[in-house]
Design a protein around this ligand. Structure first.
Ligand code: DGL
Length: 259
């Protein structure tokens, strides 16, 4: 079972980590498209272009059976086009866990942090409007331009990152938000900083387990004959080796590619 997984950078590794811990018999190929990062500040057309080229690369080089779009922004902008263009490929996307967050919240005040492109995308707006009709809840949306760049630099809890988070989170703290959706796969990497700024044990909702479960459901029959997993990491630009090691708690050799 060959699975291609991609994101604009380190973020998708937060999903790979959970996949490595819970799946068996999978060959994973990861592309960090850092040459084009951050996706969240690009146009829909650009993100569709990056996503299509990466998918084609996976098919040509590794004959993938399934694709995991380990990026909320690329899922929002491009998954429809990818499914139309590759109807035979299993394609699994990443979407903000707004529904589980609403169920979990006691105060019924839920925050969502995501990239500008995800929050402006039609997919998210439809989800939010549908859930707002079903549940009595206040949703506090906050785009975090610049946060992905801080994370790529390994600045998880530096004064600059904490000060950005303070500006974005202060209104949520004051409004008694008790649950925050991490609507970008990079953001679990600053989970501790978010809790620190919120000054409470706020519940953070990320989607790596839901995605892993979906991969298992859709790919189980092809995976069951083999035991171990393998992972190869590729990057289209600069990427922090030490951050990769910190996230996956293991050293990986990174192959630089041009797509
Ligand atoms: N990690 C990505 C996401 O889940 C995108 C980050 C970016 O490049 O802006 O949205």
């Amino acid at each position: 079972m060959n699975i291609g997984i991609f994101d604009s950078g380190l973020g998708g590794l937060t999903i790979i980590k959970t996949m490595l811990e819970n799946l068996h018999g999978v060959e994973m190929f990861y592309i960090a498209d850092t040459a084009n990062a951050p996706y969240g500040e690009k146009t829909k057309e650009q993100i569709i272009d990056f996503s299509t080229k990466i998918t084609q690369y996976f098919i040509d080089k590794f004959q993938i059976d399934a694709l995991v779009v380990a990026c909320n922004t690329a899922t929002s902008a491009a998954i429809k086009e990818l499914r139309e263009q590759y109807p035979d490929l299993i394609i699994i996307g990443t979407e903000p866990g707004l529904k589980p967050a609403i169920s979990h919240s006691h105060s019924k005040k839920v925050g969502i942090l995501a990239t500008p492109a995800t929050l402006n995308g039609e997919k998210y707006k439809l989800l939010r409007d549908e859930l707002s009709k079903q549940y009595k809840v206040d949703v506090f949306e906050q785009a975090c331009p610049g946060l992905v760049q801080q994370i790529e630099l390994g600045e998880l809890d530096t004064p600059k990152t904490l000060s950005l988070l303070e500006g974005w989170l202060a209104p949520m703290r004051e409004a008694d938000v008790d649950t925050i959706v991490l609507g970008c796969t990079h953001y679990p990497l600053v989970g501790e900083s978010i809790k620190k700024v919120m000054q409470r044990d706020v519940k953070l909702v990320e989607t790596s387990h839901a995605i892993t479960k979906r991969v298992d459901e859709l790919c189980h029959d092809s995976m069951k004959c083999k035991n171990g997993n393998s992972l190869k990491i590729f990057s289209t630009g600069e990427i922090s080796q030490s951050m990769i090691e910190m996230i996956l708690t293991q050293k990986y050799y990174i192959t630089h590619i041009k797509i």
